[in-house]
Write a protein that binds this ligand. Structure first.
Ligand code: IMP
Length: 175
């Protein structure tokens, strides 16, 4: 038995496509950081599935940590983002890769990037499994993107709708 998919959800990316793309990204990141140690920072909560799959495709020594930020949703015009869980470990002099589930306006990752840059990292790169550029409000240079998707709200593979449906192995667009 599995959780049934609501009728208004439309399949966007199935688990095989997702696995193939994560494996490609793993190869690319492993090549880019060859000879280095990589410290991955996963943005909670949506990024955890991508993190778990990605690190197992890397051929590098890798460590990871988590951070959490408040959602600006509801106060979107202000663009206010705030850390609700900071990192456990110091990142000074480390090669840091931040991973997110999806970039929409870009405000969240932009805020995280600015904050982490002040911590004297050796390098800072940004990865997002999904990129939906239609409502972008800030310039963001993403180093690694899984898929660029059309302008629909999406769920599954860590992404939620009203805190639910994160556990779907496929990604669905909600009409
Ligand atoms: P941004 O700050 O507008 O780029 O929003 C990024 C965050 O909003 C993501 O990390 C998600 O937590 C959430 N989000 C944005 N779009 C979606 C979506 O389509 N489904 C689920 N969560 C989303």
């Amino acid at each position: 038995m599995t959780l049934s998919v609501p009728r208004h959800f439309r399949l966007l990316l199935d688990e095989n496509e997702i696995a193939r793309r994560v494996s490609e990204l793993g190869r690319e990141i492993s090549a880019d950081y060859e000879g280095k140690e990589l410290h991955i920072i996963c943005v909670l909560k949506g990024g955890v599935y991508f993190l778990a799959d990605l690190v197992r495709e890397l051929t590098l020594p890798v460590t990871f940590d988590f951070l959490s930020v408040s959602s600006y949703r509801g106060t979107e015009s202000s663009g206010v983002v705030r850390f609700t869980k900071d990192l456990d470990e110091d990142i000074e002099s480390r090669h840091v890769l931040v991973i997110e589930d999806i970039i929409d306006t870009g405000l969240t990752l932009h805020y995280i990037e600015r904050n982490l840059k002040t911590r004297k990292v050796a390098s800072l790169a940004l990865a997002s499994f999904l990129d939906r550029p239609h409502r972008r409000k800030v310039d963001l240079e993403l180093d690694y993107v899984g898929f660029v998707i059309p302008d629909h709200y999406v769920v599954g593979y860590g992404l939620d709708f009203e805190h639910k449906y994160r556990q779907f192995k496929d990604i669905y667009a909600i009409n």
